[in-house]
Design a protein around this ligand. Sequence first.
Ligand code: CAA
Length: 386
Amino acid sequence: MDFSLSEEQLMIRQTARDYAQRELIKDAIERDETSRFPTEHIRKLASFGFMGMLVDPAYGGSGLDTISYVMAIEELSKIDASIATIISVNNSLVCHGLEQFGTEEQKQKYLVPLAKGDKIGAFLLSEPGAGSDAASQMTMAKDHGDHFIINGVKSWITNASSATFYLLFAQTDVKQRDKGICAFIVEKDTDGITLGPHENKMGMRSSDTHSVNLNDVIVPRENMLGAIGDGFKMAMQILESGRIGIAAQALGIAGGAHEIALNYAQERKTFGTEIINHQAIAFKLADMAAAIETARLLCFKAAWLKDNNKPFGTASAMAKLVASDTAMKVTTEAVQILGGYGYVKEYHVERLMRDAKLTQIYEGTSEIQRLILARSMKKKSGDIFI
Ligand code: CAA
């Protein structure tokens, strides 16, 4: 097995690392405190090609592989995971969905500006009563021939106010459950769309999250992705790719916390020596490093499978499960190593700990990832070694 990285992959990782460590760090605490959307950083990262990293250059993207994407998201998340959330939703949910399932016309009109970073996208699947159980969609799309009229509410939508284009899922026939769900591209400024208040979140505070209300929203038929009833499978396939991005984000959060704790442990002295010389601290740091490397290998495996056009849904679920649990454990230990300093904002680890929690919840909770793994083991159809 070849674990070496190409010149291009190393260059992408270095670009993300430099930008995060030089620029994102400066105002990460302020953005977290004020929940300010990082417009200036998103513009800059778009100029590096980070808003459409995986998209074919023919559609305005950077045409990079998923390993490069994982490393870029990891590096940004070490410093500010909110920024990685905004980028990840745009890249691996919205751009990926449009590139996979859009018509040539839809790609030219919507994918190109999203991949270039001129516009931002959001993914509207969850509802107040349909999060983990995504097939229970209650947002209704009524077919009127050349257009649909959509009514309903979508919840927890990342990029809801900053996005120009929404990739939205709605039901055409409740009785048909998953077989009635359709996907639509909806422009945010369409009449009938209003946003709920900005969600005052525990972590990931500078990515904007709102509910989206749809009241008699008219969507032209040419904005439907695929055919009636294709929406659920599309959403599931898109989430397989999205979960690699969230796994990479969790990996970065864990790595960022480990770095802070390691530096601190080499400077802070107790009982006449640096605390890294106490086995209680050294072993914590060793366990954290081993867990991070395990999560990284799972992320890389899922990315490699995707890049090589092999099934990767089970691998991406496992990568997300392990990486997000690792992020939670590692950030908690990092706060413990820093003690009182870990509990205040200046040292960043408390923010990383709050950010880590969301990676166990969005794009499928840890319980949903376990469900996906259990089902694929039962069917013996997964892409994992079991
Ligand atoms: N690829 C293709 N098809 C798939 C699929 C996949 N990954 N997963 C399921 N399907 C197909 C099945 O084969 C089945 O098709 P057939 O009937 O033709 O065989 C159909 O879809 C229904 O599948 P299930 O019976 O397995 O569906 P289910 O209702 O039991 O749900 C689930 C499965 C895995 C639990 C799914 O509901 C799920 O992933 N839930 C979590 C949703 C989620 O991740 N939400 C996050 C929203 S995005 C977000 O977080 C917001 C943000 O802004 C970042």
